[in-house]
Design a protein around this ligand. Structure first.
Ligand SMILES: Cc1cc2nc3c(=O)[nH]c(=O)nc-3n(C[C@H](O)[C@H](O)[C@H](O)COP(=O)(O)O)c2cc1C
Length: 206
């Protein structure tokens, strides 16, 4: 089949957004809890989320434009990334509504809080894992404001662990696809150890 070529300079409106978010998939979802300087609790999902460094632990989420999560983190320097699981799909989706800044998404989504240890924003009690983060820096590129956070504590429910490791089939994370589509991971995982250079040399080129 011939490939369709999109010249990105000629894309109109939100065409680029729809294309890129349908192709860079599946994306993990950072469910970001934060507090305003006045103590108003905020919760919002961000699927532009990934690991930056594993030593020390640094993660990022990106706010497209300026939203309450970004404003809060900029003002307070603290946030929590809660891991979204299959059973939290509807609450996560409800929390993504453009609520006015004075509204508490935990209340609207019917979620309980659990205390954090190093940062003021609480965790989502129902989330089996959460990363407590302190703001490292914010880098703005295009319409993206990348929030880099130093991970100061990680909470993991024992129920999703085996032999000290997190098991994807127990964690049951949810991933974002294009549009309003999501993917589940549990039951679809594969295991394949990475070959060494010596093994590749023995095997030779196909
Ligand atoms: C699954 C999912 C992923 C999302 N990912 C992002 C994202 O990466 N960046 C972003 O700015 N908005 C993202 N959104 C939209 C925000 O959650 C939404 O704009 C929300 O109202 C922002 O809340 P806030 O103003 O309280 O920060 C996403 C929404 C959903 C449902």
């Amino acid at each position: 089949m011939p490939h369709v070529l999109f010249d990105t300079k000629k894309l109109e409106g939100r065409e680029g957004y729809f294309l890129i978010t349908s192709l860079v998939i599946p994306r993990p979802i950072a469910w970001v809890s934060s507090l305003s300087p006045d103590g108003i609790l905020n919760l919002a999902p961000h699927s532009y989320f990934n690991i930056i460094s594993s030593d020390p632990l640094i993660v990022h989420f990106t706010s497209t434009g300026v939203k309450d999560s970004l404003t809060n983190v900029r003002a307070t320097g603290e946030f929590v990334i809660n891991i979204v699981t299959e059973d939290l799909l509807e609450q996560m989706n409800d929390s993504s509504t453009r609520f006015p800044p004075e509204e508490n998404e935990f209340e609207w989504a019917g979620l309980e809080t659990a205390p954090s240890v190093h940062v003021a924003p609480p965790r989502v009690a129902a989330a089996p894992a959460a990363l407590e983060c302190k703001l490292n820096q914010i880098v703005s590129l295009g319409n993206g404001n990348m929030v880099f956070g130093d991970v100061t504590a990680i909470h993991v429910d024992e129920a999703v662990m085996e032999d000290g490791r997190v098991m994807p089939d127990l964690l049951r994370p949810l991933a974002r696809l294009g549009g309003s589509n999501y993917a589940t991971v549990a039951g679809h995982t594969l295991k394949l150890p990475r070959p060494t250079w010596e093994e590749m040399q023995q095997r030779g080129k196909p």
